[in-house]
Design a protein around this ligand. Structure first.
Ligand code: AMP
Length: 283
């Protein structure tokens, strides 16, 4: 596995791969790799000749009060895991390289960026869309893999790729979970033992919503009330939002109808740790 730290070296390597008529699959990450990331790498392997993983804790997608400084980092462990997973190139740029002092450009995927996570984390998706566009221009992929775990991120990126005509196929891979249903996340390491055991309630609430819907419940307010009750039965839990929305526009549904695709998503705080999760269902 090659480790590349500069933009020019990464672009030259990508050019060489393309010249040899091989395809590139990229998996953008913020590192502290877990099985969720590894599943994305596997999907990249299945869909491209050469797999590039990027590791960059992107400062512009964190608000000043958020966890940019404390975000878990372990490059030597990540390097080992990436190598074992068969990654061809690990791209680990520095912040100065990615954001020189005269950097001015941002990408805004209007409407989509201000809902759900965007409402709770203003500016987050501007940071995400901009860094992903930068990484696309540096790694020059044919295919990019994102996780359903960050459903809104995948929706925003897909729209950016469509609107700006990036010639890149976006694949969204399923969420990898712990045995109790908790979606794997680098942030799970923040949880105390009690919070960790209570954190299974996020997936339990999503499954409760799915059960209610499959049994004919159409009123979204009632479904959300049931989910809230379950979540708030856990002492450390506080709800940031629960959403039942159209997975393309992210507009909220009030009453569900047959043959709708529904994105049920939530953000919950367990103590100081904010976790998100979602499921996509077809009714
Ligand atoms: P992150 O390092 O958290 O920015 O995540 C990098 C990529 O991995 C994103 O596309 C995430 O959606 C994806 N990802 C994170 N957690 C999971 C998971 N549990 N299952 C599948 N994909 C995930």
């Amino acid at each position: 596995m090659k480790i590349i730290e500069t933009i020019s070296a990464m672009q030259s390597a990508a050019d060489e791969i393309r010249l040899s008529r091989k395809t590139i699959g990229v998996v953008p990450t913020m590192g502290y790799l877990h099985k969720g990331h590894l599943s994305l790498i596997k999907v990249a392997r299945e869909n491209a000749d050469i797999v590039i993983v990027t590791i960059f804790v992107n400062p512009t997608q964190f608000a000043p009060h958020e966890d940019f400084n404390s975000y878990p980092r372990d490059i030597s462990r990540d390097t080992q895991l990436a190598e074992m997973a068969g990654v061809d190139i690990l791209f680990i740029p520095s912040s100065n390289e990615m954001y020189p002092s005269d950097f001015l450009t941002t990408i805004n995927v209007k409407h989509l960026e201000s809902k759900l996570e965007g409402e709770s984390r203003p500016g987050h998706f501007q940071g995400v869309a901009t860094i992903v566009a930068i990484l696309f221009n540096i790694t020059k992929p044919h295919v990019a893999i994102f996780g359903q775990k960050d459903a809104q991120q995948a929706i925003v990126i897909k729209r950016m790729v469509q609107d700006l005509n990036f010639d890149i196929k976006i694949i969204v891979a399923p969420t990898v979970r712990e045995s109790d249903g908790l979606a794997m996340s680098s942030r799970n390491t923040y949880l105390s033992p009690i919070e960790r055991s209570e954190s299974a309630v996020l997936f339990a609430a999503l499954k409760e919503a799915e059960y209610l819907i499959k049994n004919g419940m159409k009123n979204c307010l009632t479904i959300k009330e049931n989910m809230s009750k379950l979540i708030l039965s856990k002492k450390s839990a506080a709800i940031d939002y629960i959403s039942i929305a159209n997975p393309i526009t992210l507009d909220e549904y009030e009453i569900l109808e047959k043959s709708q695709l529904v994105l049920i998503s939530l953000a919950v705080r367990l103590g100081k740790t904010r976790l998100i999760d979602n499921i996509l269902i077809n009714i």
